[in-house]
Design a protein around this ligand. Structure first.
Ligand SMILES: Cc1cc2nc3c(=O)[nH]c(=O)nc-3n(C[C@H](O)[C@H](O)[C@H](O)COP(=O)(O)OP(=O)(O)OC[C@H]3O[C@@H](n4cnc5c(N)ncnc54)[C@H](O)[C@@H]3O)c2cc1C
Length: 474
């Protein structure tokens, strides 16, 4: 972190809004006008709309993330977490990846911390659920699903097999419907290589408390999407909630009970809870309360946008707020960047107004739905054409030409080479085998010693998982 005489613009979060706002400011700023500092616990921005495809192996996970230091060479990028902000003295406290927390003064502030999975106190969910907000989860889910096929193929125990081949997805919005669609497609494809596993042996279950799925594309296309998923053998239960999943035993509100090793939670998002420590006015659902210029109400130096802000939707009408999606996040970020430059130079703020352009969703290879708003018309597409729209839109929307080219290259290669169906679950514990080899308890030792060694490996794995969870939760 550099000390600077220039005013500091502190951008909290290097996701969609953080990355695009910082780029815009740096582009419009005069040389030496300010220092732009971006703080994020990850050194990369994640293009979340590609996570389902990354989970299905259609895109390399590295290509759905954008390295912040590379795309923001003129910014100061700090890898860490903003834990608290003192608005009076204009000082943020940063907890770096390692070492002591430190204070960072700022003059202007951008709050762009996005959202976290919205969960409920459902017994067993924290221990057994997996989210779909980050690339780590997408990679983890892919490895996990393929590992279940490996397990099912190699066991004679019918209970183990049934549990391994039962996949439960909770939430049928964009993230849930796309993820179940992509993962089922991958598992169906992968089953060709397992002599003892057929698609008919697998059970895919989609649960949503709402009466329909994919609300983003409207009722008709949502209905088509639902029928499409059902036609692929995915059991869909609407108006249904997850009651419990202790030890992987899933109980739904409609009375269905199954045992499953895979419970994917995509039932919506809520604003980042860390906002409560930032001394800013929050709305009823915990979003930062901003006006249409994205300036935080009651301040003249703080802006917020994206999933963590309630930005009035001027195009939708009085009392409406922009929905949390990438379409708004990207445009808000640019408008916010312009407003910061105006604020810096004492010019008036511009209001954000954007009319919804529609939505596209992929449900697996060559399958999708798309709703495009064209003036007053709503063009509805489904199937292969919608899928092409989905890919074209997102292929062009992913930030930087470097990533666009890599993503299109992934898709092109996949047309000629078969989909990769290898599980690299061991990558999550790369030290385990070496630990066993290097452990002071040598080969040929007693069974007790071997058991002890196994327990130690398990404990070290659990401790690593705990550390990761704690880091995430804080
Ligand atoms: C699986 C999935 C699929 C989606 N598909 C679509 C789609 O098809 N179309 C669409 O329009 N939208 C889609 N979305 C929604 C879209 O991705 C989000 O609306 C968008 O990313 C919001 O941008 P943001 O900048 O507000 O938040 P994010 O992009 O989430 O960025 C927030 C950043 O803040 C950082 N952060 C968190 N806490 C701290 C802290 N304490 N200190 C510093 N930094 C912090 C995070 O690490 C992260 O990098 C999808 C989302 C998901 C999860």
């Amino acid at each position: 972190m550099s000390t600077t005489e220039r005013p500091r613009i502190l951008v909290v979060g290097g996701g969609y809004v953080g990355l695009y706002a910082a780029r815009r400011i740096l582009k419009k700023m005069r040389y030496g006008e300010a220092t732009v500092t971006v703080v994020d616990p990850r050194s990369y921005m994640t293009y979340q709309p590609f996570l389902p495809e990354a989970a299905a192996g259609s895109i390399s996970p590295r290509h759905v993330v954008v390295p912040l230091r590379r795309v923001l060479p003129k910014a100061e990028v700090l890898t860490g977490r903003v834990t608290t902000i003192d608005q009076q003295s204009k000082v943020a406290t940063i907890a770096p990846l390692v070492g002591e927390a430190y204070d960072l003064p700022f003059d202007y502030l951008v709050i762009a911390m996005g959202a976290v999975s919205r969960t409920f106190p459902i017994p067993g969910l924290a221990e057994n659920g997996i989210g779909m907000k980050g690339v780590e989860e997408a990679i983890g889910l892919r490895n996990h699903v393929l590992e279940q096929l490996d397990k099912a193929d190699s066991t004679g125990d019918e209970d183990v097999r049934r549990r391994a081949l039962t996949f439960v997805f909770v939430g049928g919005g964009f993230a849930g419907a796309e993820t179940v669609g992509e993962v089922e497609d991958m598992a169906r494809d992968a089953a060709k290589y397992y002599p003892n596993v057929r698609r008919e042996d697998m059970r895919f279950i989609l649960v949503d408390v709402a009466p329909r799925i994919l609300p983003e594309v409207g009722p008709k296309l949502g209905e088509w999407g639902l029928e499409h998923l059902k036609s692929r053998g995915i059991e869909c239960y609407l108006n249904t909630s997850l009651n419990s999943c202790v030890g992987g035993h899933v109980e739904l509100s409609n009375g269905l009970e199954v045992d499953s090793s895979t419970i994917v939670w995509t039932a919506g998002v809520k604003p980042n809870p860390a906002l409560a420590r930032f001394g800013l006015p929050l709305g009823p659902k915990g979003h930062v309360d901003v006006d249409a210029t994205m300036q935080v109400r009651g301040t003249d130096h703080v802006w917020a946008a994206g999933d963590n802000a309630q930005v009035p939707d001027l195009a939708a009408g009085e009392g409406e707020f922009c929905p949390p999606n990438a379409q708004h996040a990207l445009r808000q970020a640019r408008a916010l960047g312009d407003n910061i430059i105006s604020g810096l130079r004492g010019f008036p703020q511009g209001e954000y107004k954007h009319a919804n352009k529609g939505a596209v969703a992929g449900l697996g290879l060559h399958k999708g739905v798309a709703m495009i708003v064209f003036g007053k018309a709503r063009i509805k597409l489904k199937g292969r054409l919608a899928w092409y729209m989905h890919r074209t839109y997102h292929g062009l929307a992913v930030p930087t030409w470097n990533r666009k080219i890599r993503v299109f290259a992934d898709w092109t290669l996949a047309m000629f080479l078969k989909r990769e169906v290898v599980s690299l679950g061991a990558m999550e514990h790369p030290r385990e085998e070496f630990y066993e080899a290097a452990s002071p308890v040598t080969a040929g030792a007693t069974e007790e010693a071997a058991a002890e060694r196994k327990t130690r490996v398990k404990e070290s794995r659990a401790a690593a998982n705990r550390d990761r969870e704690e880091a995430r939760a804080s």
